[in-house]
Design a protein around this ligand. Structure first.
Ligand SMILES: [Zn+2]
Length: 196
């Protein structure tokens, strides 16, 4: 993860997002990184020695709702219990939380994962521990990796419909699940292939 920090532009804002508050514990062990709780602002700040210009905050996915940073690192996303996405969950909550009530396995976890993914203005990194990527993250990449490169009418993050939206700076495509699950996927409207 730290080597990725080196590549980021000057003064970039960064979120480290975990499933649980204790996910920061692994980060604390990393050489060159220190973690401090900022009482005044009620946030957990992460300092990377060789890039003091970076503004790095740690949040749980739950707490990150409504917030955005340039770069997001989803941490501890390994395919174990207590990883992210977690296999510890409460199925009855699912129907209440998802408007479409699709019977995904781990639906609440997926919803949280979308929240985490969509916190990034520029780029999301899935940070794996010992090359151990979660089965869910792998599914997401296998299923949507190719689609994201194509012009299609379904949202590559959540499967919602892309709708033409009149934005303040012109029209764009937005996800129909923006209201229900807070999916913030948007896509530029291409005028021609030459524009891309
Ligand atoms: Zn969506």
């Amino acid at each position: 993860m730290a080597n990725k920090f080196d590549e980021l532009p000057k003064h970039a804002s960064v979120f480290l997002l975990g499933r649980y508050a204790f996910d920061i514990d692994k980060v604390k062990e990393t050489v060159g990184i220190s973690v401090r709780y900022d009482n005044k602002n009620d946030v957990t700040r992460v300092y990377y020695e060789s890039r003091p210009d970076l503004n790095i905050l740690f949040y749980t996915a739950h707490r990150s709702k409504g917030l955005q940073a340039d770069y997001v690192f989803i941490i501890n996303n390994k395919g174990k219990k207590m990883g992210f996405p977690s296999k510890v969950q409460n199925p009855p909550l699912v129907d209440m939380l998802l408007e479409n009530a699709e019977q995904y396995p781990y639906a609440e976890e997926r919803r949280l994962f979308y929240v985490a993914l969509t916190r990034a203005k520029r780029k999301v990194y899935l940070v794996t521990v010992e090359g151990n990527i979660s089965s869910f993250a792998r599914d997401m990449i296998n299923k949507y990796g190719e689609e994201m490169k194509k012009e299609e009418w379904s949202c590559p993050l959540c499967g919602g419909q892309l709708k033409r939206i009149k934005g303040r700076y012109g029209p764009f495509y937005g996800c129909s699940n923006y209201r229900s699950i807070g999916c913030r996927y948007t896509r530029k409207i291409r005028k021609s292939n030459a524009d891309t």
